[in-house]
Design a protein. Structure first.
Length: 464
């Protein structure tokens, strides 16, 4: 912005300089034609009739141009008059001609335009024209020569008022362009920030999900450096979680098998002491039962470990939920009939098709259904319903008429190795079934909720 005004004034000064030289050349030709001769007076070459000769030549031109009527649209400036002024001084700097008639007779010998030109140098200045209130003007001079002697100075004056309009217009355009460029730079910055922050946010969400125990897939990240950083962080987290995973599982495994092992050891010791045939049978059955419990814990731990350490399941199977649930019911029907449980099945009127892993999803829903059977007494009711919920999402509900889950246990049933005693047997399971169910459903982008409802328990699975 600082350089706009000087650059404009420099370009205007250059054109004024051309005008001054053209007019002084015009005057010199007229002096030659009138055979004017300079006189050397007190060390200065003077031309006594310079004022009258210049006036005779330039006055008609300025009078005529004042009568010109025109309307010139020059960019943002509309010109209707000529505002250029001219004055001529003799070799002593006294004004002998003025196009606007108020300078004649004044001594301009001390002004730079006249002083420098009389000394055969480039003469120019920037000054006020008449009062301190005007915007000033550019004064550019050219020497009037006769017989290679400087006999006068012709100065062309260009008011800055018209130039200022161009300067203001240029300043406004500059600011508009600056704002536009600043806006584009800011937009580019936002785009760069978006494409830089977005993958970082994806990576942050991915790590947060891992920290919450979920198993998300690694996000698609276009920036190689951030993608590589994410992979390294993923490896580091896997290593750290692997160590913690092993430590936790060893602790929980040893804790869970301590009770059945204690029971087996106690039964073995009693057998060695010699017992009746009936006691021997009961102790043998107890050893077998506790051994199967240990086997179940080991099998479930291996299944859960396999799921938790995988980064995802192959969800390429096309699964029709009605057919899948019918197949599960057929599998469990002998057990339902043996216990004497009343059962109803309500399928959806329309097919409910999802993409998933049919093996693991069947495993999870079967586990959930068997859980309902184990907590339901004879002559009590189990109902499976498959519908669309209000959000048009596929929904499976398994209701079993049974004792309510204690309030303190509602939040704990998802914990590994947490189990409630079965109503019919009084025994606890491995406590890993629901953890496996939740893990499989997480991979299928499904939610599960178990709550007390209508004198029983309702398990609701929603495929999001």
């Amino acid at each position: 912005m600082i350089t706009i005004r000087p650059r404009y004034l420099e370009s205007v000064e250059e054109s004024i300089n051309d005008t001054a030289h053209l007019l002084s050349s015009f005057v010199e030709i007229d002096l030659i034609q009138n055979k004017a001769k300079p006189i050397f007076v007190n060390g200065t070459w003077m031309l006594p009739n310079l004022g009258s000769l210049v006036k005779q030549r330039l006055n008609p031109m300025f009078q005529n141009v004042q009568n010109h009527k025109f309307n010139a649209r020059i960019y943002s400036l509309t010109k209707t008059t000529v505002d250029t002024q001219v004055y001529v001084t003799d070799a002593k700097g006294i004004v002998v001609y003025d196009s606007h008639h108020f300078r004649t007779g004044l001594d301009y010998s001390k002004f730079n335009d006249v002083l420098l030109t009389l000394n055969d140098k480039y003469g120019a200045r920037s000054s006020k024209i008449q009062s301190e209130e005007d915007s000033g003007a550019l004064f550019v001079s050219s020497a009037i020569r006769l017989d290679n002697k400087i006999v006068g100075v012709l100065t062309v004056i260009k008011p800055k008022s018209s130039v200022n309009l161009f300067i203001e217009d240029a300043r406004q355009k500059f600011w508009n362009l600056s704002i536009l460029i600043a806006g584009l730079i800011f937009l580019l910055f936002l785009i760069l920030v978006f494409y830089t922050i977005r993958p970082i946010r994806k990576l942050s969400d991915y790590i947060s999900k891992i920290r919450l125990g979920q198993s998300p897939t690694f996000p698609r990240i276009a920036i190689p450096e951030i993608r590589d950083l994410g992979r390294e962080m993923e490896h580091l987290i896997s290593e750290l979680e692997g160590r913690k995973y092993i430590e936790n599982y060893i602790q929980t495994f040893t804790h869970e098998i301590r009770s059945p092992l204690t029971s087996i050891i106690a039964s073995s010791e009693l057998l060695q002491d010699g017992v009746s045939e009936v006691q021997m049978k009961n102790l043998s059955e107890n050893i077998q039962s506790e051994s199967r419990r240990i086997q179940e814990i080991i099998d479930r731990l291996l299944e859960l470990s396999s799921l938790e350490n995988s980064k995802g399941l192959d969800l390429a199977d096309t699964i029709e939920l009605n057919e899948l649930c019918k197949d599960i019911v057929q599998t469990c029907m002998p057990e339902i009939q043996k216990v004497g449980i009343q059962f109803s099945f309500q399928a959806s009127e329309l097919p409910l098709i999802i993409k998933g892993n049919v093996f693991y999803l069947r495993f999870a829903l079967l586990n959930l259904f068997r859980n309902a059977i184990e907590f339901t007494d004879r002559d009590h009711h189990i109902q499976i319903s498959i519908t669309h919920n209000k959000s048009k999402q596929a929904q499976i509900q398994i209701y079993n008429e049974a004792d309510s889950i204690p309030e303190y246990a509602l939040d704990k049933i998802w914990n590994k190795f947490y189990s409630l005693p079965r109503k019919r047997t009084g025994r606890k399971s491995s406590g890993l079934g629901l953890a496996l169910v939740k893990q499989v459903l997480n991979y299928h982008n499904a939610s599960i909720q178990i709550e007390n409802a209508n004198k029983g328990v309702m398990a609701t699975v929603i495929f999001l």
